[in-house]
Design a protein around this ligand. Structure first.
Ligand code: NI
Ligand code: MN
Length: 226
């Protein structure tokens, strides 16, 4: 499993030869700053955690360019289906076997409206049980006790957690979240994109290290192999 970071909550995950794109916010991202052309991106599936623009901005263009299937909650899936895009609707607590792995849509505490104010369903995160490795993508969320449910079903190898504070968990709550999901390997996201969510990288890594955890912070375009 190869994971590439495109800034904010945007990732590409390669599993079994399939490209799964998470929350594509690339063309308008100050972190990307024009360094990535969205038309160069490969995608078989696009997973959207919620409807906010900093998670969905490029979903339509990439889906139309690649023919990727958009996977999200029922309301978001319907929004894109009405634009002629192939979708797979899910809702909280439900799982589906997609061939590259099993995907579960799980709870997140946040909001979820489209830029025009229309309803984007309830926000969520994803648990992906891929080939040999399992990952949790929290999406935008507060720390929540519901995270304790995840390890009851899935032994995680990696948790992708927001750490930027203000709109989501900050570093200290994300450390507690990593305990709740019983995972020591954390990939940080949703930081440094805007002034509200700038973090001190060294302090963040030090705090996770003191808690017995490994926090990885990637540069835009950087990949890790799981
Ligand atoms: Ni959001
Ligand atoms: Mn966000």
């Amino acid at each position: 499993m190869k994971i590439t970071y495109f800034g904010h909550n945007s990732f590409s995950i390669e599993i079994k030869g399939k490209n799964i794109l998470i929350d594509p916010f690339i063309s308008g991202s100050p972190l990307v700053n024009g360094k990535i052309n969205i038309l160069d991106l490969k995608a078989d599936y696009i997973l959207l955690t919620h409807a906010h623009q900093d998670h969905t901005l490029d979903a339509e263009a990439i889906a139309k360019n690649t023919g990727a299937v958009i996977v999200s909650n029922f309301e978001i899936a319907t929004h894109y289906e009405n634009k002629g895009i192939t979708v797979h609707p899910m809702n909280h607590g439900g799982s589906w076997e997609f061939g590259f792995g099993k995907v579960k849509y799980v709870n997140a505490i946040h909001t979820s409206s489209f830029p025009d104010g229309s309803y984007g369903g309830q926000p969520g995160g994803f648990v992906i049980e891929g080939e040999h490795k399992n990952i949790y993508i929290a999406g935008d969320t507060a720390l929540t006790l519901d995270m304790k449910l995840i390890p009851l079903r899935t032994k995680l190898d990696l948790a992708i957690l927001p750490i930027g504070d203000n709109f989501t968990m900050g570093i200290d709550d994300a450390i507690i979240a990593s305990n709740f999901v019983e995972c020591d390997k954390i990939l940080g996201c949703h930081f440094d994109t805007f002034g509200y969510i700038e973090i001190d990288h060294e302090e963040a890594k030090r705090k996770f290290y003191k808690a017995g955890k490994d926090l990885m912070l990637l540069e835009v375009g950087e990949s890790i192999e799981l």
